[in-house]
Design a protein around this ligand. Structure first.
Ligand code: FAD
Length: 496
């Protein structure tokens, strides 16, 4: 019998498994996916992780490989805890659970250091979170580091660390239910190779992701239309962990009607494709305009840095006729477009005039699109300087829907338009946990032997999400959950 069984093998699950090992527990992880598709949503990410840091000394501690020349060429700024709190409050409309938010923010730095101590490596996100100004990279949006080699690198690193520490991982092993009675949870029923069996355990950590890959649950909880969204990541996150816990009386928490969803290639497959990773996303809309099938703008593309708008704009695209939009750019901003615009798998139209471009926009009212773009061009505040590193206040004024920052006239051919739809990343609703990551029952009492971490924890995110927080939340609460489960199993409260 394993002391601790962890359900899942993504970032939260590995953090939990390693923290339980630090308490001397024997650990078995159950991964529903076969080995070549393992790693959950974590593997699809760029590995970006938001954490509080006070300056370059914290970054040097996290990334000892940073050279003096790299530091000299970069303005990393700082991201103090206060700003992390502010960002969480602002984007969730101050609904975030105060206890969970406090743990997330105040443990973010020590948790990334702990990951580094375990053997996970990090690097600055020069490519995506910094633009070069006067020869120096200036970081913006509170997001500065990513795991080495992105999500695939993070899963690879965690897998190697787990093997080194003697954690057992069973692949193709789907947890189907919890074994529970009056004394709490005492194991997991698992199905592997077509056979079901009981795995007894002193404690169980659920880290099996949200329910975004379950079309029926999406429609049931997020609402009509969500069955038409594309899933950005793993097809294995169908809400199993949530269902197993709810079945034994766990308390739901957070925004069950809410989710993280972004602009995503219109013709992307139904689920994520590991060969493309996050390349289907289209996050450079702050430097262009978005048009719907009626040829009209429908949101403020420059309301804030993309880190603070992208997670709620997928929902806005889903609300448009035929659930799609065009992102339109001109040649002036081409160098600012992220790499994901240069992959092969894009639905792109280009032309040397706005008239020709609009005529080529499939499924779209081209005449109205041209009117919209002309009106937009006339409204751009050209007297304000354009600066992609700050909220520059260069808007487009006097329009029914303003653009608040980074407005540029579309006047330099070739013009390009990219077709996007809504890609759902993960769901916000989940289980209710306490500060030890113990799962609470409907009387708000901890269920003995049951802990949870990652996407299936509810209460942190409402309406929106600051980019790079999912992995950090998984690591922070995974580490807490694994520590608690390990301590419950072995009686050792302190880690190594
Ligand atoms: C394309 C994309 C890009 C992203 N980019 C970023 C980013 O750069 N930074 C960031 O912070 N976040 C990012 N996210 C969000 C991030 O992926 C998640 O917040 C995070 O990975 C969730 O970690 P997790 O461990 O909770 O879940 P996952 O990593 O999804 O792990 C869940 C695990 O549970 C397993 N599982 C499910 N059901 C069962 C079952 N019944 N039995 C056994 N195992 C089961 C799954 O197979 C998987 O191994 C991105 C997501 C996507 C899809």
């Amino acid at each position: 019998m394993a002391d601790v069984v962890v359900v899942g093998a993504g970032n939260a699950a590995f953090a939990a498994a390693l923290a339980a090992r630090e308490r001397g527990a024997t650990v078995t992880m159950l991964e529903r996916a076969p080995r070549d598709a393992a790693g959950g949503n974590t593997r699809f990410t760029a590995g970006a992780m938001r954490f509080a840091y006070d300056g370059v000394d914290d970054l040097r501690r996290l990334m000892p490989d940073l050279s003096d020349a790299e530091v000299a060429a970069s303005d990393f700024g700082a991201y103090p805890e206060g700003r992390f709190f502010e960002d969480m409050g602002r984007v969730t409309e101050y609904r975030t659970d105060p206890d969970l938010c406090e743990l997330l923010v105040t443990r973010s730095r020590e948790t990334l250091f702990w990951m580094r101590d375990q053997g996970v490596r990090f690097q600055p996100i020069w490519g995506r979170q910094a633009f070069k100004v006067d020869g120096r990279f200036k970081f913006w949006g509170g997001l500065t580091v990513e795991a080495w080699a992105g999500g695939p690198g993070l899963v690879e690193a965690w897998t190697a660390i787990a093997a080194r520490e003697g954690v057992e991982v069973l692949y193709g092993a789907r947890a189907v239910s919890l074994i529970a009675g009056d004394d709490g949870v005492t194991g997991v029923r698992v199905k592997q190779d077509g056979r079901s069996r009981d795995l007894p355990a002193r404690a169980v950590v659920l880290a099996a992701g949200g329910f975004q890959a379950n079309t029926e649950w999406r429609t049931r909880y997020l609402g009509p239309g969500w069955d038409l969204a594309k899933v950005r990541g793993s097809r294995f996150n169908t809400g199993d962990g949530l269902r197993m816990a709810l079945d034994i009386g766990a308390m739901p928490h957070g925004q069950w009607s809410g989710c993280h969803a972004v602009a995503w290639e219109r013709n992307a497959p139904e689920f994520g494709d590991l060969a493309v990773g996050d390349g289907f996303q289209k996050h450079s809309y702050p430097f262009g305009v978005m048009l719907n099938a009626r040829g009209e703008r429908f949101l403020d593309e420059g309301a804030d840095f993309r880190n603070y708008t992208y997670a709620r704009y997928g929902r806005e695209i889903l609300k448009q006729p035929r659930q799609f939009a065009w992102q339109v750019f001109d040649a002036k901003v081409r160098h600012l477009l992220r790499d994901e615009y240069r992959i092969r798998q894009v639905t792109r139209v280009s032309a040397d005039s706005l008239e020709d471009l609009c005529a080529r926009l499939e499924d779209t009212d081209g005449d109205r699109a041209l009117e919209t773009l002309r009106a937009y061009n006339a409204a751009v505040m050209t007297d304000v300087a354009f600066d992609p590193n700050v909220k520059d206040g260069r808007g487009a004024r006097g329009l029914a829907i303003p653009k608040s920052n980074w407005a540029n006239r579309l006047d330099t051919p070739p013009f390009e338009a990219y077709a996007v739809t809504c890609g759902i990343t993960f769901t916000f609703g989940g289980l209710r946990i306490d500060r030890d990551a113990a799962v609470l029952d409907v009387d708000l009492a901890p269920i003995p032997g049951l802990y949870a971490a990652g996407e299936l924890v509810g209460g942190l995110f409402y309406e929106n999400y600051p980019g790079g927080t999912g992995l950090t939340a998984g690591a922070v609460f995974g580490r807490i959950a694994g520590g608690s489960a390990g301590a419950a199993a072995t009686g050792r409260r302190e880690g190594r």
